[in-house]
Design a protein around this ligand. Sequence first.
Ligand code: EPU
Length: 424
Amino acid sequence: MQFFEIVGGTRLKGTVDISGAKNAALPIMAASILVDGESILHNLPDLADVGQMQTLLARLGVKSERDASGAMHLRVEDEMNAHAEYELVSKMRASVCVMGPLLAKRRRAQVSMPGGCAIGDRPIDLHILGLQSFGADFELVNGDVLLRAKKLKGNEVFLGGPFGSSVTATANVMMAATLAEGRTVIASAACEPEVVDLANYLNACGARVAGAGTPEITVEGVESLHGAEHRIIPDRIEAGTFMIAAAITNGDLELHGARMEHMRALVDRLRRVGVVIERGEKGIAVSSSRRLEPVVITTQPFPGFPTDLQAQAMALLCLADGNSVITEKIYPDRFLHVGELNRMGAQLRKEGPTVIIEGVKRLVGAPVMASDLRASAALILAGLVAKGTTRVHRTYHIDRGYESIETKLAAVGANIRRMNETSP
Ligand code: EPU
């Protein structure tokens, strides 16, 4: 097992290249199941989750390999298997994104129910409801969702749930609809940029998807999809994490590739905190002066403040001059970082889905345990500014979703090293 050792107190300065978006890459890779011929994906991040999706796709008969430029070539070679097994799905929830493509192309999808995870309950009822609307039969078999249909018929489907829409359910229904007979209307669709990126890829393959990025998506089914070349959008969550890294270290970073239109809620909150954010020539420039103002943050579906930046924002607000409040409206239990930040001297009090953050003058280094991807990022951010040494254990969480985070941070001045648990 590995951990990150961070000696806090350095100011970050320089340029960071933002990688391709994990949450755009994974459903787009899954969409290759729908396609006849080869697709080429550029700007795919080099992440554990991308490797995991390649393994799952390989089991499902999709060959994928990177060329010398890093672009990934994907092609279906065998359509026999339509079963995503527990062993693979339990390692990565995004595996559920193969459900819509398998049902649409192979008329059968058997996908293990993912179950809960560190950030709370994560039901898939909206995925199933959406896919049943095409006329598919649904059964639960040994913990697997089994969907079957002789043909898929387009329909109207409402994907609103108790916490808003669902990003990957929208992706699943949109993907299945591309090969369904007739028109599908997805009401209360997720508006996240990753959904738009998926729609752009599908359209490049010959699909007829309109309205992605709005709450109503219309898909006119086509007979087949052909291969296409596509460039994955930059990762707004990675970019947001580096923005907060600049803010928390009183630093000055230029984030190449970051897109302001994907990050307005974060930019709005950070400006209120006192962080200076400007459009740069190649992305976004972020700098900070020392005094941080407290703010109120509520996570919401896009274009609201993303749940995937809640933990990182909390690390920053630990050092604000006053009390801040963060309410989590997407995953009310996504707070495993609270106890760890408190070990570093933060003053956080959780009350239901809300955390009250009493700003402190400084954080102190400590050994801490990462519990999930974004909580790990928050602990690294806290470590960058804490007095002394912080060890963030369980690096595998961060490797799922941040490409070479320690290399990128070290290149702009952070004192961070990846170590093996056995290292002296
Ligand atoms: N929900 C339901 N029923 C469903 C599906 C979702 O009630 O069938 C609820 C969820 O419990 C949650 C809300 O709807 O309260 C939104 O969940 P959503 O389905 O949108 O999440 P997801 O599609 O499973 C994606 C990202 C997550 C990100 C969420 C929210 C991918 C691969 N994952 O998950 O990313 O937190 O959207 O924006 O796109 C991460 O990258 O760290 C991560 C967890």
